[in-house]
Design a binder for this molecule. Sequence first.
Ligand SMILES: [Zn+2]
Length: 178
Amino acid sequence: MRAQFAVFCSGCGAVVIKGASAFNRSPTKVFYCDQKCAGLGRRVAKPNAEKAAEKAAYDARYRAENAERLRASKAAYNAATYDPDEARRHRAANAEAIREYRATHMRTPSYRAAKREYDKALRASEYGEFAICHQLLISLERELRSRGTKYQRARARGYYDKPSAQTRKRVCQNHPIH
Ligand SMILES: [Zn+2]
């Protein structure tokens, strides 16, 4: 009779009989009674939200690292399969659904917030490497405008200046010295 070992299941603690070969081959000497216990025992205890966040981060990294290849393959697929007439028919057939989508999804606060950020970035991208500066300047101006009182703004405009000073300012603006 070949040698056998009685070990405890790492999951439920039941006694498991293992052959000498299986026992000796195991580097960890961790055993389970059945597949169910083994699966539970090897499961990584991590909340689903954490797993989803990790996967999302991995996906984002993957897309960034392979952006060029992905863009090229998508462009190739599109060039090979896109049919303008078919697309037009598809749009016409789904006109009602498209209208519905625009009326509901595009009015949600989350979409509008995302769109606002997208548009902001798009406008700023016109300034290339100074895009961040442009965005900061806009937000700074907005902040200053929101903080200033009506009186401060009127004063900065020269509303309270003496008539002579106003005239001087106007004349100098209209007839600049070159
Ligand atoms: Zn077990």
